[in-house]
Write a protein that binds this ligand. Structure first.
Ligand SMILES: [Fe+2]
Length: 366
């Protein structure tokens, strides 16, 4: 057995671990890139601990950061000679922070890196990430999902050295997340846990993390949406474990197809995952039934069929739609989705999905 894994060198988990932030930062101006709901807490809790230091706060991504938003942040960060970036928020804020930290020393436009016309050097500034949702796992992964508003293309920017220097995973920050966001982001984390378990690139370490994540998220997500503290802790931990797993194992067809659907129809990522998950599990079951049976047992269920049925029940209970009808999916969208779903995630799916099979999957959800 052989495996290797690359994760941030400092990971702290637990209520109030966010207060380690000041002690971890290097000298020099600091830029918070955050969700707008995070601003009052940063101002109240962090600014007094950072007195004497130049601190700037920028917020306000509505979805995945757009290339021009990242460009604007980079210009600001360069003008202030920023030495450390703290991403504090959901996946979008953290991905924006990662892109800024990775590209700050560069001169070429963001689009050149996004479309692989240029490669960034591994010489970015200090990056610390604090998630406020239990979902994307962006605090662990070495990529940032960005959108080109012009072309509608949403994909991962991957550059050298994008992994954070530190991730502070504090369930108290997740606790205040609105129920609907908890439900959608929790389904993203559940999808990541399941897809990483059955991924073609999974290994012994990632599988044990994925298994534990499926159990923690599946058994606690409903109560976490009602803001039960222990359940929030469990879902936050599950999300972290799933992220460490999929950062190495990759994901699958839910994420492959979910990204172009999301960018084309503005479907929030967690909702796209929740809508696609059970249909993709059914598609995959013929080649990974045993693995799904194993996950079912982990979650206290009998077999793969019961796992899929209960995942569907959980989606209904959390009031997430069963298909993409509310987002207006129709046949004219299929060519774009088929053309843009062949990502790294798709390559990890345990069963090859042809273009015709992607169309069949979309038919069921239209
Ligand atoms: Fe995801």
């Amino acid at each position: 057995m052989k495996f290797d894994i690359d994760i941030p060198p400092v990971i702290r988990f637990g209520r109030k671990c966010r207060f380690a932030l000041p002690s971890l930062l290097p000298e020099g101006p600091l830029l918070f890139i955050c969700g707008k709901h995070a601003v009052p807490r940063i101002e109240k809790e962090m600014l007094p601990l950072l007195s004497g230091r130049e601190v700037y706060i920028r917020c306000g991504f509505k979805g995945e950061p757009h290339l021009d938003e990242v460009e604007e942040l980079l210009a600001f960060a360069r003008s202030k000679q920023i030495k450390a970036v703290a991403g504090w928020g959901g996946g979008s804020a953290m991905d924006g922070a990662k892109a800024v930290a990775a590209l700050l020393p560069e001169t070429a436009p963001v689009a050149d890196f996004f479309y692989n016309r240029a490669a960034a050097q591994d010489r970015r500034i200090y990056l610390i990430l604090l998630p406020t949702t239990a979902g994307t796992g962006a605090e662990i992964t070495a990529n940032a999902v960005l959108t080109d508003a012009g072309s509608g293309i949403k994909q991962s920017l991957r550059t050298a050295g994008m992994a954070a220097d530190a991730a502070l995973v504090d369930p108290e920050l997740v606790q205040e997340c609105p129920s609907s966001v908890m439900a959608a982001s929790g389904f993203d984390a559940l999808t990541q846990a399941m897809e990483s378990f059955i991924s073609l690139k999974a290994n012994a370490l990632t599988r044990s993390l994925s298994r534990s994540a499926v159990r923690d998220i599946f058994l606690n997500l409903s109560r976490a949406c009602a803001h039960d503290e222990k359940a929030v802790d469990a879902v936050t931990l599950g999300c972290l474990n799933a992220a460490v797993a999929f950062s190495r194992s990759g994901l699958g067809a839910v994420h492959g197809v979910g990204h172009p659907v999301g960018s084309l129809l503005s479907v929030p990522h967690g909702i796209a995952c929740a809508v696609l998950l059970t249909e993709v599990l059914r598609f995959n079951a013929p080649v990974c039934g045993e693995a799904l049976d194993e996950l079912a047992v982990t979650a206290g269920l009998a077999d793969a069929e019961e796992l899929i049925a209960n995942t569907e029940l959980l989606r209904k209970e959390l009031q997430i739609p069963a298909d993409f009808k509310p987002y207006g999916l129709n046949k004219t969208h299929y060519p774009f989705i088929i053309q843009n779903c062949r990502s790294g995630s798709m390559k990890c799916n345990p069963r090859n999905m042809s273009d015709a099979q992607v169309a069949e999957l979309l038919e069921k959800l239209t």
